[in-house]
Design a protein around this ligand. Sequence first.
Ligand SMILES: NC(=O)C1=CN([C@@H]2O[C@H](COP(=O)(O)OP(=O)(O)OC[C@H]3O[C@@H](n4cnc5c(N)ncnc54)[C@H](O)[C@@H]3O)[C@@H](O)[C@H]2O)C=CC1
Ligand SMILES: O=C(O)CCC(=O)C(=O)O
Length: 487
Amino acid sequence: MTTETKTKTYLNYINGEWIASDSGKTAESLNPSRNAEVLGSYQLSSANDLDEAVVAASQSQKGWRKLSGSTRGDYLFKVAAVMEERLESIAETMTKEMGKTFAEAKGETARGVAILRYYAGEGMRSVGDVIPSSDSEALMFTTRAPLGVVGVITPWNFPVAIPIWKISPALIYGNTVVIKPASDTAVTCAKVIECFHDAGLPKGVINMVTGSGSVIGQGLAEHHKVDGITFTGSNNVGKKIGSAALNRGIKYQLEMGGKNPVIVTDDADLDLAVDATISGGLKSTGQKCTATSRVIVQSGVYDEFREKLLKKVAEITVGSGMEESNWMGPVVSEGQLENVLSYIEKGKKEGAKLIFGGKRVSTPDTTNGYFVEPTVFEEVSTNMIIAKEEIFGPVLALMKVDTVEEALEMANDSEYGLSASIFTTKVRNMLEFINEMDAGLVRINAESAGVELQAPFGGMKQSSSHSREQGRAAIEFYTSIKTVFVK
Ligand SMILES: NC(=O)C1=CN([C@@H]2O[C@H](COP(=O)(O)OP(=O)(O)OC[C@H]3O[C@@H](n4cnc5c(N)ncnc54)[C@H](O)[C@@H]3O)[C@@H](O)[C@H]2O)C=CC1
Ligand SMILES: O=C(O)CCC(=O)C(=O)O
């Protein structure tokens, strides 16, 4: 699937073949820990390449749909087995291509395997309901029809899990797929698609086309043979994709940003809250849409929480994710480095008090990478940019409140509503939080960033198009209900 040059050149995957783009152009994927290290090259594809992929997906869809759910499931079980065998190699590519630590990358790849197995099993589960008809001699029931060709557009922050949690349900319910991965993780995605190829999926059922978002991503949303589009990434791009899909009258699903709060009440277990704030906010260098970014602490425990937090943050080791001793890797790219540092400057200018970090890390081991210190601000108010916009970096904003009601009001004072946590030992606080918090994922005494593959995942407000991914909820997007009446 590759042509061997100095580093590997990864090709598009169209109709069961590895094919170079007809543009003749490629781009390099770089290691954010050592920016001179090229991981491989990927195709800068043209609209023609995309068209070929969509046509292949469209032509194979009927045959794929006609297979039984359990046969489609068998294919996914095979993909899972291949991916499991390659777990370390895929994880190493992920760490070298986007920076998260090798331990996290292995965990994510294992999660990809588990998602494949979950949806493989879905091929054997019941579909639809029998509904009593008003005609006593008739049988009425619902079944599900696949959408057809599904376009999948994915970001770089979970380069295995997100493609897999979109591709697997799409396939098991009888759709075929064209994926356009983020360019920053195009090599990792090619390794994921190799697993599908080596598991022997029928030609055209899954296709991958790499290249620019504006040509291939937008082109996918606008292509007349694409019947549904699923996207995870930024709000700006998500809205463009949603508008393109709406104009064409096709189904779309958008998972976008978050500005996730954690509330720490006066009665909380502070050690637990500190560990979860650090894990939820700074793992993956804060580059999760579910990452904790606003830390709202009740005044009675504020000073103690702050002291414990800073002590633990100071212990964080930053460097290449391939070194076991490092807890936090780099941000994904130079652009993301500039973005995060510019938010830190904005925070300082707006009057937030920087109490930890705030700079690029420059030790002899890190000067050639995009490393940012874990950063903590306090005296952050709700009108500040750092309290409103998604930073997608290792930055925590501490906000002090007197009451739990005030904390909830502050937590809800955001255009986003993806995930939220509370640390409390009082049942009354827990119940109030569950009822009042406007977020798709609410967690009690646990970090904001825990997503389980068998449960619905998605956000409220600007965080999503109000649909849900993962678990059984995925069937709602990837199929249409058909009501059947037989007499
Ligand atoms: N909520 C989340 O899970 C994520 C949020 N983000 C946010 O987005 C910011 C920028 O990250 P990016 O990777 O640049 O996100 P992005 O939204 O630009 O990219 C996500 C995917 O969309 C594609 N894309 C870009 N422009 C497109 C267009 N006009 N039409 C169709 N597809 C297009 C990209 O190539 C990529 O595959 C981050 O700083 C972060 O705030 C990024 C990644 C994931
Ligand atoms: O927290 C997770 O596991 C998933 C987060 C996610 O979907 C994202 O950051 O894009």
